[in-house]
Ligand binder design. Structure first.
Ligand code: LRH
Ligand code: MN
Ligand code: MN
Length: 386
């Protein structure tokens, strides 16, 4: 196999998970601009996700969010996904939208609220059992707004207790993925604010607990690829939530704000042997003003482009330059790969897989956008939170 064949083979097996909630209406805290044709239930979200997969060939799984995707029969939903050529992926829990959670969920000072949150996490594992999903992703909005509001050490104890109860409930091939976020909605202290806290909890829990890196969840200027490299070294990188940010947790299309950062992250993934099905490469984005399905297709393509560039890095030349201390050459090797226009390569990869070379154009030609506007009338549109 030539080197280029190996790159193509890797690109052909790359899978990006799309989140059900990205297909629904979402907005800023000021306004949600509703769009016509948006899904009204989980099945319609899956139908849209199937289109992303049909035209990219790279988005075979869909993450669900409970309770936004509540249905009576999860096994039937998984079967419907299969009929569409998809699988259900990560189950995302939600312990942040109930009035009871004003002071937190599993870290709340009141044991009754902690119990309610824990029951929800158990219910999410029940959903996984029904859908065959392997991963439970836990992001907690827990934290405090004012110094002295609660005992931040005790909150860690409560967190550890809840995580360990969830961990014990997991089946042999299920994982608990813990997602950190620097701030928001809590503004003074957050109970899982960074990868170090997430890592410390996951390390104590055991092999089935791993960390999620959401690219929008760091302080500005954070070297995310270093975090990725470190977690991969320690065998603790479980998943990504890809999205772009300019300021805070903006949830813009992946690769839109800083494609160079996405490349640097994907290089560390490739370098660390992380391009495997053991790591879930998910998008976690919300589309406020742009059409949802093509925006998701764009993100998938952006992840593919960053990956292609990462795979094209001449690792031997890079290692030689690094070992000889040639700073400029080493940097040039990396930049050569980044500056390569990989769009023709990806078009070729798609054509070899029986797809159209340009997923955006193929989607546009398909007429799906017009069809859902015509057919999805009546009922209530799904949104971030429904
Ligand atoms: C939190 C977050 C988390 C949630 C999603 C809806 O900001 O990224 O992953 O599950 O938003
Ligand atoms: Mn996220
Ligand atoms: Mn987020």
């Amino acid at each position: 196999m030539t080197e280029l064949d190996a790159v193509k083979a890797a690109l052909k097996t790359q899978a990006v998970e799309t989140p059900s909630w990205a297909y629904g209406n979402s907005g800023t805290r000021f306004k949600v601009f509703a769009q016509q044709g948006v899904p009204r239930d989980p099945r319609e979200k899956l139908a849209d996700a199937a289109k992303v997969h049909e035209f990219t060939g790279a988005a075979p799984t869909v993450a669900l969010h409970i309770p936004w995707d509540t249905v009576d029969d999860y096994a039937a939903l998984a079967k419907y996904a299969e009929e569409l050529g998809l699988r259900l992926g990560t189950i995302n829990s939600n312990t942040f939208q109930d009035d009871a959670y004003k002071l937190g969920s599993v870290c709340h000072p009141d044991a009754a609220v902690r119990r309610k949150a824990l029951d929800h996490l158990f219910a999410c594992v029940d959903v996984m059992d029904a859908t065959g999903s392997k991963d439970l992703k836990v992001w907690l909005a827990d934290g405090t707004n004012y110094p002295g509001q609660d005992d931040i050490r005790e909150r860690q104890d409560r967190l550890a207790e809840a995580l360990s109860a969830v961990y014990d409930r997991l089946g042999d091939d299920q994982r608990l993925l813990l997602e950190y976020k620097l701030f928001e909605p809590a503004f003074y202290s957050t109970d899982v604010p960074d990868w170090g806290t997430a890592y410390a909890h996951c390390l104590k829990l055991g092999d089935k607990a791993q960390v999620v890196v959401d690219t929008g969840h760091h302080a500005p200027g954070t070297n995310i690829e270093f975090i990725v490299a470190t977690l991969l070294r320690e065998g603790k990188l479980g998943a990504f939530d890809f999205n772009s940010r300019f300021y805070a947790d903006d949830d813009l299309m992946a690769g839109a704000a800083d494609p160079f950062q996405l490349f640097r992250i994907m290089y560390e993934v490739v370098r660390g042997g992380g391009l495997t099905p053991d790591i879930a490469f998910m998008l976690d984005q919300c589309h406020n003003i742009e059409a949802k399905i093509p925006a998701i297709i764009r993100s998938v393509m952006n992840v593919q482009e960053a990956t292609a560039k990462a795979l094209l890095v001449d690792r031997d030349a890079l290692a030689a330059a690094q070992r000889s201390g040639d700073v400029l050459d080493a940097n040039a090797v990396l930049m050569d790969a980044y500056n390569t226009d990989v769009r023709p390569l990806l078009a070729e990869v798609r054509e070899e897989s029986g797809l159209g070379p340009d997923p955006m154009a193929a989607y546009r030609r398909s007429g799906w956008a017009e069809r859902i506007v015509a057919e999805r009338v009546g009922g209530e549109q799904a949104g971030w939170g429904a």
